[in-house]
Design a protein around this ligand. Structure first.
Ligand SMILES: Cc1ncc(COP(=O)(O)O)c(C=O)c1O
Length: 388
């Protein structure tokens, strides 16, 4: 049967492509963002217990009450916020579903959504499936700072959504409170919602503090904030995330969620609720945990030709291979896979119009042994290139 694809130019994501190729090539995969170490065994025990107790039927559409109450307490502890667990929190299938639902809730045919490149790849297809169009604004490496004047110029009467991601994957940059003030000034008196992808909220380095839209009174009333237990509990395969938004926005988001996934795996929700109730501060050491990994990898690579770019947050580290080669990043990542047996993620696929750059993204959510082995392979490859 002949039919028109709704997303003719969308292929398999760069993450899946590189992970598959890593398997084919027998390469070490420090490309895709997932931990290679186990979850806390107490979290695993909580899941077994929830299943044993019979928590195996449909969960409520909005999410299990115990979990939403725990999330509310966690938001209080993190940001001193009072969030209504019943009207303002929805449990979703990872952060990904929350992003999709929020976009479908507010973007309609002909509408525009502003996104910042290098942009996480889930945003644009969701905007297009809603009938909208993305206005893509490039952040320039290596600092990847926002230019709010440019953003103002790119707004139109059709702009309905601005999507920000902080800490940002893949640039490892973070938005400041001043960025949020500038954003608030831009959307004031305009019918524009904000979608804040804050899945790396607990991974900021060198003493930085996360500036959440929820803690910005003006932005809070027009924002969806998206979070992920995949990142916070090192359990990306559990696919549990949540969206926090004021009641009117939450009502609209739930209309989409209800007919998208309906509800999220019940025992997983009970397990997370129990675990957070027993260990309410399970997530507080995340920045230190990942900062040690960042420093381990960056320390081993410095001076090798894979120069670490200062990382402010996320569980990634960018490296600049410009001293070794002028190849484009997709080609260079390909060579690394084949010749050094190591999978990395090139940055240009995250841009609509990539700037000239020689950057690769490495994931630091790996065992120290994995990071050391990766650094050894990269250093050996760099040494071979320098000799050639
Ligand atoms: C910036 C960003 N947003 C959203 C997600 C999706 O989160 P989840 O795995 O909870 O769906 C990811 C996952 O890598 C991410 O990096």
């Amino acid at each position: 049967m002949l039919f028109d694809s709704k997303l003719p130019d969308v292929g398999t994501t760069i993450f899946t492509v590189m992970s598959r190729r890593a398997l084919d090539e027998g390469a070490l995969n420090i490309g895709q963002g997932f931990p290679d170490y186990p979850i806390d065994p107490r979290l695993a025990d909580a899941l077994v217990a929830a299943i044993g107790e019979g928590r195996n039927q449909y969960a409520p559409m909005e999410g299990v009450v115990e979990l939403r109450e725990r999330i509310s307490l966690k938001l209080k502890a993190s940001y001193e916020l009072d969030i209504d667990p019943h009207a303002e929190i929805t449990v979703t299938c990872g952060g990904t579903e929350a992003l999709y639902d929020a976009i479908q809730a507010v973007v309609g045919p002909g509408d525009e959504a502003v996104i910042f490149d290098p942009a996480y790849d889930a945003y644009e297809p969701a905007v297009r499936l809603a009938g909208g169009r993305c206005v893509r604004i490039a952040l320039a490496p290596p600092a990847f700072r926002f230019d709010w004047d440019e953003v103002r110029h790119r707004l139109s009467g059709r702009t309905r959504l601005i999507i920000i991601n902080s800490p940002q994957n893949p640039s490892c940059s973070v938005a400041t409170r001043e960025d949020l003030d500038a954003l608030a000034a831009l959307v004031r008196d305009r019918p524009i919602s904000v979608l804040a992808d804050e899945v790396y909220e607990h991974v900021l380095y060198d003493g930085r503090r996360h500036a959440s839209v929820l803690a910005h009174p003006e932005l809070r009333e027009r924002s969806f904030a998206v979070f992920s237990f995949g990142k916070t509990l090192h359990a990306t395969g559990w696919r549990v995330g949540y969206c926090v938004a004021p009641a009117p926005l939450t009502r609209e988001l739930r209309k989409v969620h209800q007919f998208n996934t309906f509800s999220i795996a019940s025992p997983l929700q009970y397990a997370i609720a129990r675990y957070l109730s027993a260990y309410p501060e399970a997530w507080t050491g995340l920045s230190a945990f990942f900062q040690a990994k960042r420093d381990l990898l960056a320390g081993r690579l410095r001076g090798s030709g894979f120069e670490p770019v200062p990382a402010a947050g996320t569980y990634f580290q960018l490296v600049d291979y410009g001293a070794l080669s002028g190849d484009g990043d997709v080609n260079f990542a390909d060579r690394l896979l084949k010749e050094a047996k190591i999978a990395t993620i090139p940055l240009s696929p995250f841009y609509a119009a990539p700037p000239a750059m020689t950057l690769l993204r490495l994931c630091i959510a790996k065992k120290d042994d994995t990071l050391e082995a990766a650094a050894d392979r990269l250093c050996a490859f760099a040494a071979r290139l320098k000799r050639a």
